[in-house]
Design a protein around this ligand. Sequence first.
Ligand code: PXL
Length: 282
Amino acid sequence: MKRILTVQDISCVGKCSLTVALPVISAMGVECSVLPTAVLSTHTAFKNFSCRDLTDEISPITEVFEKEGITFDCVYTGYLASKRQLSLVCGLAEKFGGSMLFVDPAMGDFGRLYTGFTHDFPREMASLCKTADIIVPNLTEACALLGIPYSEDFSDGEIRDIAKRLCHMGAKNAVITGYSTSENNLGVLKYDSTSDTFFSHLSERVRTKRPCHGTGDLFSSVCVGALMRGLSVDDSVSLAADFTAECVRHTENSPDSRWYGVNFEDMTETLLSMIKEKSINA
Ligand code: PXL
């Protein structure tokens, strides 16, 4: 069984980061080990949240992993709470068996950084992205990584240029999430620097009454799970985008949905049948 190490916070209530990664990756038949970066009461979109930074725990934990000879097939990073933490996380993939490094530079959305991040944080995140096999920023994060102003009105050519520039920083594949070519669709755009090719996957946009939280974390976790199950990058990002859209549709139609996250918990069977179908067709 493939084993991954995911490095992100645990928000006790919030349906994001580790409370998404653990159940989703485990359900996909992949062992999910964790390196928690911070403990929050609730994610930062709540009016109130407590946050205990766990940077000081990173070295003691990873030193034990090393002593025990534990290696990982993939290191998957998400929300990181401090700049010092970022520098400790750089190099982890190398340390643990030269495994795949998957970076979700979870820093913001809708043109704004999440509460708590300073304007210089994206520059530090960019140095982690440089060494990644795959990075999966949304457009807000992509602009922040490149240090360029965010716009709601980028042309398709400009978005493709952004994906290319992200790879010029060093990442092998840059996957822009929340990519769309019309009002009615939504999906992903991938640039692969090795083959100098683009790949896009779009599906019908699901209209929601409110912005959805935690969809980036769901996308990334499904994508990592699919990669570890042996799917190609293109199939993995397509599956992750389609499954995330299904979960958003389901959440929108559920009378008992909560504002702070999506109802992925009801959708395990859908996820497993989607991965089965993709594996058969691969
Ligand atoms: O969903 C990304 C995320 C992860 N972790 C924390 C967050 C957020 C987004 O707001 O606040 C703590």
